[in-house]
Design a protein around this ligand. Structure first.
Ligand code: ARG
Length: 482
């Protein structure tokens, strides 16, 4: 490619400029982009059917032999073209790149591979959401302590807790889907940035490659990396949600908490301490979250000061995308497996549910409801009760209410039954509707979540099917010439 214009490049410079290592991610996509472009060039009469036949046959050999059989070049696009020319000669192979640039080519390849990664990730995420919902269904009445500030706050149920994560992950799914629609647009035909005078048919390559539409402005088509930023931002958001789950699993499996046991397959031991069972998988999910956030920062920082249109800096952004996609996909899978195989220590959870005066809010609410006093007064009465450390009885409450507000709550309608039911965690939980842990309400929310999950499955199948159909079309159209 460079031989006529430039002198030879020393090996160390070639190594520095080459993207070939990370181009393994786009090898298959690149062959498909080549095939679609060649089919379109033929249909438009830009190259002959005979040329097309030779190129397309050689491309199928190149695909079968794989990336390791390609000659050393600065990237996969140049390497495939070199190999092609080696196989069929320059007068034939040298026609493939008519009306095209590596700039629109690479953007097209990245979008195709990223589309596949997004589809895989969305499928795994559907699986994880299902695991959370399935376990929630089994634990609608399992009492657990609820926390704020990592301090005991109010009792809740395990179902309520798991559904909080499921809700966050449903939004992650939507964010990936939003990115998907903008990733799935074809830049092909933009050439270097200014389009081309050859009568290329952009809609046709768009169709053959399964894109939803084309990117209209050719300069935008080669320069844009917002689709990558948006995707990796969605990965970072998703990873942050997984990291919070991981952090809880780590905390909950300590001997101090002892709420759960993580299955052996997700644990490691120590090389020195024979008793150890460490939550390494969860820790690595938490750690990889840092790497994915770093990838997002990397891409943003590389892109932020680039003038129009293509700049080689962009090549350095792409590997961040692949490493982030790989870490995120694996983390979704690991989280689903870990939650699915977890052992829950229900008795300890129930015991802990009322520790740390977790019933205090319910008691204050009860004073308001039974006696008509203000919430602030009730808050102060219960607060003082907790501070004195006296067990909460009607008598103790009365004494404190007199000393704080000069009122006898038993005269205002408070009785033993109301006090003891305020101290019963399950009785309290049952009254917390409106998205709270009340079993009836949790059942209602589960139905809504399952309905959305079903709709997301349908959407996912439709998206995958569209891509599959396009790949079949590309195979059929290619077969006409070989
Ligand atoms: N390897 C390049 C990349 O990843 C492909 C595009 C090269 N274009 C160019 N004008 N040098 O961005």
């Amino acid at each position: 490619m460079r031989k006529a214009r430039l002198s030879a490049q020393p090996a160390d410079v070639l190594r520095f400029t080459s993207s070939i290592d990370s181009d393994k991610w786009i090898f298959d996509a690149d062959v498909n982009v080549d095939r679609a472009h060649v089919v379109m060039l033929t249909e438009e009469g830009i190259i002959t059917a005979e040329t097309s036949s030779l190129i397309l046959s050689a491309l199928s050999v190149i695909r079968a032999e794989g990336i390791s059989a390609l000659p050393p070049e600065e990237d996969i696009h140049a390497a495939i073209e070199s190999k092609l020319i080696e196989m069929v000669g320059e007068d034939t192979g040298g026609r493939m790149h008519t009306g095209r640039s590596r700039n629109d080519e690479v953007a097209t390849c990245i979008r195709m591979r990223l589309r596949d990664e997004l589809l895989k990730m969305m499928r795994e995420l559907i699986g994880l959401r299902q695991v959370l919902i399935t376990h929630a269904k089994e634990h609608i009445e399992t009492l657990i302590p609820g926390f704020t500030h990592t301090q005991h706050a109010q009792p809740t149920t395990l179902a309520h807790h798991l559904l909080a994560h499921a809700g966050a992950l449903a939004r992650d799914f939507d964010r990936l889907g939003g990115a998907y629609t903008r990733v799935n647009q074809s830049p092909l035909g933009a050439a270097a940035f200014a389009g081309t005078g050859f009568p290329v048919n952009r809609m046709r390559t768009c169709e053959l490659l399964g894109f939803n539409d084309t990117i209209e402005n050719s300069m935008d088509a080669v320069a844009a990396r917002d689709f990558m930023i948006e995707s990796v931002a969605a990965f970072a958001n998703l990873m942050t949600d997984l990291s919070r789950i991981a952090a809880e699993l780590i905390l909950w499996s300590t001997s101090e908490f002892d709420y759960i046991t993580i299955d052996d397959r997700y644990a490691s031991t120590s090389s020195i301490m024979p008793q150890k069972k460490n939550p390494d998988v969860a820790e690595l999910i938490r750690g990889k979250t840092g790497s994915v956030i770093a990838a997002a920062t990397g891409i943003l920082t590389i892109a932020k000061a680039l003038p129009m249109s293509y700049n080689r800096d962009l090549q350095d952004a792409t590997p961040h995308l692949w490493s982030a996609a790989q870490d995120t996909l694996a983390s979704v899978r690991m989280t689903a497996g870990m939650i699915d195989t977890i052992t829950i220590h229900e008795e300890n959870l129930a015991r802990q549910a009322t520790a740390g005066f977790a019933m205090a809010t319910e008691l204050a609410d009860t004073l308001v409801r039974s006696c008509g006093i203000s919430f602030r007064t009730a808050h102060q009465i219960v607060g003082r009760l907790v501070r004195t450390g006296v067990p909460p009885s009607l008598k103790a409450i009365d004494e404190i209410a007199v000393s704080i507000a000069n009122i006898r709550l038993s005269d205002l309608g408070l009785d033993e039954t109301a006090v003891s039911s305020a101290l019963d965690p399950m009785a309290s939980v049952r009254t917390h509707t409106g998205g709270g842990p009340a079993p009836d309400d949790v059942t209602r929310v589960i139905a809504i979540f399952e309905e959305k999950l079903d709709a997301d499955r349908v959407l996912h199948n439709r998206r995958s099917e569209r891509v599959n159909l396009a790949m079949q079309l590309l195979d059929r159209e290619t077969a006409r010439y070989v």
